[in-house]
Design a protein around this ligand. Structure first.
Ligand SMILES: *Cc1c(COP(=O)(O)O)cnc(C)c1O
Ligand SMILES: [Zn+2]
Length: 429
């Protein structure tokens, strides 16, 4: 693997607590550059921090910060200086109490929906993109790109537009119109590829090595270690919004599996640096996939450490990564914390989108349907304890995948505009 690090000032370690990139597989250490795989073992790299710098962070400092994810800048690899940020200022999305959903599912402890559909481009991807592109700018990149299952495309294109930087976004050609239009409107290059997401990702891995793309940050390829850290902010926020507590159980959708591992990492960091106490008995992490793309859950169910790639199908396209990069680490987190994984088919996903909407007022995209359907299964099978506080993550907006439920819902009555017609329709009884 050749390095494509442009000459630039780099990550400013007088401001950033990040110190190195470290291999998740063999612990080899590398400088804070644009590198995502270990030269020794090809394992994925992760940002490593100065423990003393992290331990200096206080609740008061965070609470005095801006009302977006940059309130956690002291726990992130880049963006400490507001002027250095490439961002739409996502984050601090609502943590919604869900008592009616809890009652329907037989959950007796508090149940919460962390609703990340409220971000600027309506998915949690704004978090990872803000952190990735802020690091990319520090590393000298002058064009922004990604391989996307949909939401990432929206977010990269919008961030590039805000920053006034050119973008080139790669997607599978069969994406929902609600993801294509909401990317194309921002005006960058949008390349639809006749293939699966895994084909798109492989092509981007090849493009990033070319001279022509030397100036280009692919948020989830060459700057992936920084990108992944943005997901931690979902964990920080849940803890802060619960009054600096960690919930006993969390249910998280998985595509690459990265988000799940980073919410768990965020909880670990908060405990290590003394900002929260671990709940009695720790926290349990649960992962959700669709039946059409379930390679991580299948490995867990088979008690295997081998993730066998699949060819994804089904309506939960934002989660359709058949060869999940962080799958092994998601397995590790779920096993270590005593959680579990399940998957839901398309009918269960549709029903769960409607259940969530009907009981909470949150309209989720198909990924949220996957997560709520899996929550239901976990309660039914007894894997998830209904007497313990639980947070379920809705990572995207229902309007982007409206076709999922469009055939199932509509007006409950259709009448002429008269009192008589209203009475005849039973509306006055
Ligand atoms: C990308 C995505 C995820 C999962 O992301 P990973 O970190 O790759 O597991 C979950 N939900 C939505 C809506 C997404 O777009
Ligand atoms: Zn390694």
């Amino acid at each position: 693997m050749t390095s494509t690090i442009p000459a630039a000032s780099g990550i400013d370690t007088s401001l950033s607590p990040a110190r190195a990139l470290v291999c998740r597989a063999c612990s080899a250490r590398y400088p804070l550059a644009a590198q995502h795989a270990c030269y020794e073992c090809f394992g994925p790299l992760e940002v490593d921090y100065d423990a003393t710098a992290l331990a200096a962070v206080t609740r008061a400092q965070i609470e005095a910060g801006p009302k977006n994810l940059w309130r956690y800048a002291a726990l992130l690899p880049a963006g400490q200086d507001p002027a250095s940020r490439v961002t739409l200022d996502p984050g601090l999305t609502p943590l919604v109490a869900a008592p009616h959903l809890a009652a329907e599912l037989g959950v007796t402890a508090p149940l919460w929906v962390k609703d990340d559909s409220g971000n600027p481009t309506h998915s949690f991807k704004d978090r990872v993109v803000s952190v990735a592109l802020t690091a990319a700018r520090a590393l000298g990149f002058t064009r922004y790109a990604c391989a996307s299952t949909g939401n990432l495309a929206n977010s990269v294109a919008a961030h590039a537009a805000r920053a006034g930087v050119p973008s080139v976004v790669f997607i599978p050609s069969d994406l929902e119109q609600g993801k294509v239009v909401t990317t194309a409107v921002y005006g960058g290059d949008l390349v639809a590829i006749d293939g699966s997401y895994d084909d798109v990702n492989r092509l981007c891995g090849e493009l990033v090595e070319t001279d022509e793309f030397e100036d280009t940050a692919f948020v989830n390829v060459n700057v992936r270690p920084y990108y992944a850290e943005g997901s931690k902010t979902l964990g920080y926020e849940v803890a802060e919004q619960l009054g600096w507590r960690i919930p006993a159980q969390v249910v998280i959708p998985m595509a690459s599996g990265e988000l799940l591992t980073k919410i768990d990492k965020a909880f670990q960091e908060l405990v290590e640096i003394g900002l929260v106490e671990a709940p009695a008995g720790g926290w349990a992490v649960f992962g959700a996939q669709s039946a059409g793309c379930n390679p991580i859950a299948t490995a867990l169910h088979a008690d295997s450490d081998t993730i066998v790639p699949v060819k994804p199908t089904g309506i939960a396209k934002s989660l359709n990564i058949g060869d999940p990069a962080a799958g092994l680490y998601a397995l590790e987190a779920v096993r270590r914390t005593g959680g579990w994984m399940e998957y839901a088919d398309d009918d269960e996903i549709r029903a769960a989108i409607r259940l969530l909407a009907r009981t909470t007022g949150v309209f989720a995209e198909t990924a949220g349907g996957v997560t709520v359907a899996v929550l239901r299964k976990l309660v039914e099978s007894g894997r998830l304890d209904p007497t313990k506080e639980t947070v379920v993550f809705n990572t995207g907006e229902g309007l982007k995948t409206i076709d999922a439920v469009a055939a199932e819902v509509g007006p409950t009555h259709r009448i002429r505009p008269s009192l008589r017609a209203a009475r005849d329709a039973g509306l006055l009884s």
